[in-house]
Design a protein around this ligand. Structure first.
Ligand code: EPZ
Length: 431
């Protein structure tokens, strides 16, 4: 089993370049199936969720090749199946985007229920509601297979009962070739929703309003291939912003869209951190302990739930008491147990954490319970005194491209160990 080790305490200094957005590319890769043609996708992050999605495309009959380290050439003209089995979907939540795509292409889909990070119940009732409004018949058959019969997809009004990124994306994918006008109301507004809409429009779709809470889609008969570059990852950028603040460093984070980071920037400034925005980069620096502040996660443009564990980790060493409220997921504080092992003083009650800032965290053996919990462990280890080891880093590899290499280039004393290899020299904490 691989682990990441960190000898904490080094202020992060220098420059880091952000990779393509995980939650955008995981919607755009399945969407290439609608082109029945060649697509070239640039700025693809090298993360395991992308590898899983590429494997699914291969198994459906597509030809997929890396033409360089971050560019995929995808020919979906040869896709000849609408079945995605459990062994293909169990690793990754985004596998359910294949439903919207396959009913759009074939009028049918048979996709196993998805896997993904576990922070409470993750229903897909809004996805199913959208498919049914567009004229599909949806059944859950044996082996937790979602079977959809959609021979006559026609536009309709879809009002989402909750703001859902996944349901907004799946309804867009199902509607782009449905006859007539589809209106999605109470739609999610995240940057990755806009990126998908821009990609689909590059393929010849007719989508307006992405990024607002009303998206209008006029069905078209055919879509065609295109070349497209994925937007920078808002959450990876935010993770490095918070890491720079937590280690009292000075980091220029390149290849970002500052507008996507506004809520994170605002919170860091509230904590007394210096943040300077440039066209496609952002400088984060601090030479003192962060101040306390309150955070409530909300759908975009609110503070992103996917930044909640990282921000709570900064507040765990801030000066004062902070309140963190989770407004999206039912149970996204499981990682706090690991921070307590490092000396944090946090009390969780339901969807609210009361964070009493402590002067210093201490290195300890911890584990990543999900992707962003893993990011929080990295930040905690970088800021802590002594050595931290992180287990279950398979979660971190799902969403961060070469995270150890990137932190090492900023001066972190960080390395990966495959436990089957040589033993590790662990620095004992100096008295
Ligand atoms: C996406 O998950 C992201 N994953 C998550 O990021 C992110 O936390 C989430 O959006 C919110 O921004 C991907 O994009 C692959 P939702 P998704 O549907 O689409 C409820 C990460 O770390 N809901 O927006 O599954 C749901 O229970 C991952 O990168 C329903 O009730 O999230 C939740 O409370 C973790 N019924 C809320 O809506 C539904 O049919 C938001 O969920 C769908 C969702």
């Amino acid at each position: 089993m691989e682990r990441i080790f960190i000898n904490g305490g080094n202020p992060l200094k220098g420059e880091v370049t952000i990779s393509g957005a995980k939650n955008a590319v995981l919607a755009i890769l399945p969407a290439t199936i609608l082109a029945q043609d060649m697509c070239v996708i640039e700025n693809v992050p090298r993360i395991s969720d992308v590898e899983h999605m590429v494997r699914i495309l291969h198994q459906l009959g597509a030809r997929v090749n890396y033409i360089n380290d971050t560019t995929l050439e995808i020919d979906t003209s040869s896709v000849n199946s609408y079945v995605v089995t459990h062994d293909m979907t169990k690793h990754m939540r985004a596998s359910y985007y294949l439903i919207g795509t396959l009913i759009s292409r074939f009028g049918r889909a048979k996709v196993a229920m998805p896997g993904g990070c576990n922070f409470g119940v993750r229903p897909i009732d809004q996805h199913i509601k959208g498919f049914e409004i567009l004229g599909s018949e949806v059944n859950l058959s044996e082996n937790a297979m979602i079977e959809v019969d959609a021979t006559k997809l026609a536009g309709g009004l879809i009002y989402l009962d909750v703001v859902s990124v996944g349901a907004t994306i799946n309804c867009m994918l199902a509607a782009v070739r449905a006859k007539g006008l589809t209106v999605i109301e109470n739609a999610a507004k995240e940057p990755h929703i806009v990126d998908l809409a821009n990609f689909l429009n590059s393929m010849g779709a007719d989508i307006r309003g992405a990024g607002t809470d009303v998206i209008k889609i006029r069905g078209v008969d055919r879509l065609h291939g295109c070349s497209y570059s994925i937007i920078p990852d808002q959450i990876e950028a935010g993770t490095f912003m918070v890491a720079a603040a937590a280690t009292k460093g000075s980091v220029l984070i390149k290849n970002v869209t500052p507008k996507h980071l506004e809520s994170i920037t605002a919170k860091l400034i509230q904590c007394g951190i210096t943040v300077e925005e440039y066209d496609d980069s952002i400088l984060v620096k601090s030479d003192k302990r962060a101040k306390r502040c309150n955070v409530k996660t909300m759908p975009h443009p609110g503070f992103p739930t996917d930044m909640q564990p990282q921000m709570t980790t900064l507040l765990a060493i801030a000066d004062g008491t902070s309140i963190v409220s989770e407004g999206v997921w039912d149970n996204r504080f499981q990682y706090v147990e690991q921070l307590l092992r490092m000396g944090a003083n946090i009390n969780v009650s339901g969807k609210t954490a009361t964070v009493e800032g402590v002067e210093q965290l201490h290195g300890a053996p911890v584990r990543a319970d999900d992707l962003r919990a893993g990011a929080a462990m990295l930040i905690a280890g970088l800021a802590a005194k002594g050595t931290t080891s992180i287990e279950n880093i398979v979660y971190i590899d799902r969403g961060y491209d070469d995270v150890v290499g990137k932190f090492k280039s900023l001066g972190a004393d960080i390395w990966r160990v495959d436990d089957e290899d040589k033993p590790t020299v662990v620095k004992t904490e100096t008295a």
